[in-house]
Design a protein around this ligand. Structure first.
Ligand SMILES: Nc1nc2c(ncn2[C@@H]2O[C@H](COP(=O)(O)OP(=O)(O)OP(=O)(O)O)[C@@H](O)[C@H]2O)c(=O)[nH]1
Ligand SMILES: [Mg+2]
Length: 446
C-alpha cells in the first residue's frame, strides 16, 4: 500500500534537487504536486490543504542555507508533520477496570469480528489479560457462529445468548459473567449496517450507556477511501469514540483514509489490521507510518542526526576561513569530529539512499579516520594552523610520531592542499557552490 503515494511524493521532491535553498518560488510547485498526490491517494481535500500550508510555513521559516539539502529537509518536515497529523504519539488502550470493557463499532464488513479476535489474542499474550469475547451481533444469522469459530481458534471463550435478540442485555449479562469467571477483559463485538443509520446508532449508544466501556473503538476498512472520513464523523458524533482501528491495510488501498481520519475527528488511530489471520495486528505508530508513506525513513533519520550535531555558528566561521584561504587542519579535525558524532559510520553511510544496498556486505571499520587523526594529532598547533610550513623533516617527524608512513603523511597533505585550493577558488566564484562543497566535506566518502 501507499506505493503510489510514495512514488509521487518522491517525484515531487525531485523538483527540489540541486536547489541551494528553499524559497517561496521553488517550493510552490513541489507543494502543489504534493497536494495533488495526497488528494489522489484519497486524503480529504481540507486535510491535504491544511497540511501543505503547514509544511510550507515550516519550510520557509527554516534556515536551510547550510544545514542539509533542501530536498532532504523537506522530507524531514513532511515526515514530522505527517506524524503530527496522524496523532503524533502512540495511543495505548485504557485497560483499567474490572473487567476492562472494549466496545467495537463500525460499518458492515469493516472487520469488527476479525479484529475482536485479533485484539483478544494480542492482549492475552502481550498484556497477560484473560479476555472474554461477547457476541453482540444478533442479526446476521451466522454472526454468532463466526465469533465462536474465531474464539475457538485463539482459545478465548465466547459469551453468547442464542435466543436473546437484545444486545444491550447480552452485553450487561456478559460483564457479570466475566466478573464471576475471572475475566479481566471483555471485548464486545457488535452488528454492522451497510450505511450509517439511526437504528444502529441508537443500539450501540444504548450498549455504551449500559456497560460504560473503557474503550470504544471505531473499526474502519482502509479501502473505503474518502467516505471513511464521513462515516468516522457520524460515529464520533454519536459515540464520541476513543480510537480508530484501520483494517485491511494489506490490501490495495490508497491509504488516504489513514491520513485523514484522525485529523478530522481528532481521535488517535490505535491499531492496524493487515491480514485475515489472527496474528495480523499491530499497534499503530504514527512515526513509522509516516516513514512508510514517504518511503524514505532513512533520510529522515539521517537528517535528524545531521541537524543534531550541526552548529550554525561554527559553519559561519568555517565559511569565513575558507574565503580567506585559512582553512586548516584544526578545522579538518572538527569536521571529522562532527561526522563521528553522527554515529556508526556504516550506519550513516547506509542511510544515504542508494548506498545502503551497495555496502551491505562491505565492512567499514568504525576507525576509518584513525590514521588521519593520528597524523593530525602528531602535528604541533603551529603546524595545524599553518600547514604550509610542514616541510620534509617535519613530515618525517609526524610520520614517526603517528605510527604511519611518510607516504601516508604526504598523501594527506597533498589531499588537504588540493581541497583547500579548490574550496578557496570556489569561494571566490560563487557562494552557493562553495557551501555545497563545504557540505560535501562533512559527509564521509567511500
Ligand atoms: N485482507 C484483510 N482482510 C480482513 C482484515 N480484517 C478483516 N478482513 C476480512 O474482511 C471480511 C469482513 O470481516 P469481519 O471481521 O467479518 O467484519 P465485520 O465488521 O465483523 O462485519 P459484519 O459483522 O458483517 O458487520 C472478512 O472476510 C475478513 O476475513 C484485514 O486486516 N485484512
Ligand atoms: Mg461481524
Amino acid at each position: 500500500m501507499f506505493e503510489n503515494l510514495s512514488e509521487r511524493l518522491e517525484r515531487s521532491f525531485k523538483m527540489l534537487k540541486g536547489e541551494g535553498r528553499i524559497t517561496e518560488i521553488n517550493v510552490a510547485e513541489t507543494l502543489k504536486d504534493v497536494r495533488r498526490a495526497l488528494q489522489d491517494a484519497d486524503v480529504n481535500y481540507k486535510v491535504a490543504k491544511d497540511f501543505t500550508n503547514t509544511v510550507k510555513k515550516k519550510a520557509l521559516g527554516q534556515n536551510v542555507l547550510t544545514a542539509v539539502k533542501p530536498k532532504e529537509l523537506m522530507v524531514k518536515i513532511f515526515h514530522d508533520e505527517m506524524t503530527a497529523l496522524m496523532g503524533g504519539n502512540k495511543a495505548p488502550l485504557n485497560l483499567e477496570g474490572k473487567p476492562a470493557v472494549i466496545l467495537m463499532s463500525g460499518l458492515q464488513g469493516s472487520g469488527k469480528t476479525t479484529f475482536s479476535g485479533k485484539l483478544a489474542k494480542y492482549l492475552g499474550s502481550v498484556k497477560h489479560k484473560k479476555p472474554l469475547l461477547v457476541a453482540g451481533d444478533v442479526y446476521r444469522p451466522a454472526a454468532i457462529e463466526q465469533l465462536k469459530v474465531v474464539g475457538a481458534g485463539i482459545n478465548v471463550p465466547v459469551y453468547s445468548e442464542d435466543d436473546n435478540k437484545n444486545p444491550v442485555e447480552i452485553a450487561r449479562n456478559a460483564i457479570s459473567y466475566a466478573r464471576a469467571n475471572g475475566h479481566d477483559l471483555v471485548i464486545i463485538d457488535t452488528a454492522g449496517r451497510l450505511a450509517v443509520d439511526e437504528d444502529m446508532m441508537d443500539e450501540i449508544s444504548n450498549i455504551k450507556n449500559a456497560v460504560n466501556p473503557q474503550e470504544i473503538l471505531f473499526v474502519v476498512d482502509s479501502m473505503t477511501g474518502n467516505d471513511a472520513v464521513n462515516t468516522a464523523k457520524a460515529f464520533n458524533d454519536c459515540l464520541d469514540f476513543d480510537g480508530v482501528i484501520l483494517t485491511k491495510l494489506d490490501g490495495d488501498t490508497r491509504g488516504g483514509a489513514a491520513l485523514s481520519i484522525s485529523a478530522v475527528v481528532n481521535k488517535p488511530i490505535k491499531f492496524i489490521g493487515s491480514g485475515e489471520k489472527m496474528e495480523d495486528i499491530q499497534e499503530f505508530n504514527p512515526e513509522g507510518m509516516a516513514s512508510r508513506i514517504l518511503g524514505m525513513g532513512d533520510i529522515v533519520e539521517l537528517v535528524g542526526r545531521a541537524q543534531s550535531v550541526y552548529d550554525e555558528k561554527e559553519a559561519r566561521k568555517l565559511e569565513e576561513k575558507i574565503r580567506r584561504n585559512k582553512f586548516d587542519f584544526e578545522d579538518f579535525m572538527r569536521q571529522i569530529g562532527q561526522i563521528k558524532k553522527m554515529g556508526n559510520l556504516k550506519d550513516i553511510a547506509s542511510m544515504i539512499p542508494g548506498v545502503g544496498k551497495a555496502i551491505k556486505n562491505i565492512d567499514i571499520p568504525d576507525d576509518a579516520f584513525k590514521s588521519i587523526e593520528a597524523i593530525i594529532n602528531s602535528m604541533t598547533v603551529y603546524e595545524r594552523q599553518n600547514p604550509e610550513v610542514i616541510n620534509q623533516s617535519r613530515r618525517q617527524r609526524i610520520a614517526k610520531g603517528s605510527g604511519t608512513s611518510l607516504q601516508e603523511v604526504n598523501k594527506l597533505l597533498k589531499q588537504f592542499q588540493e581541497t583547500r585550493k579548490m574550496m578557496h577558488a570556489a569561494s571566490k566564484m560563487n557562494p552557493k557552490k562553495m557551501m555545497a562543497m563545504a557540505q560535501q566535506m562533512r559527509k564521509p566518502r567511500f
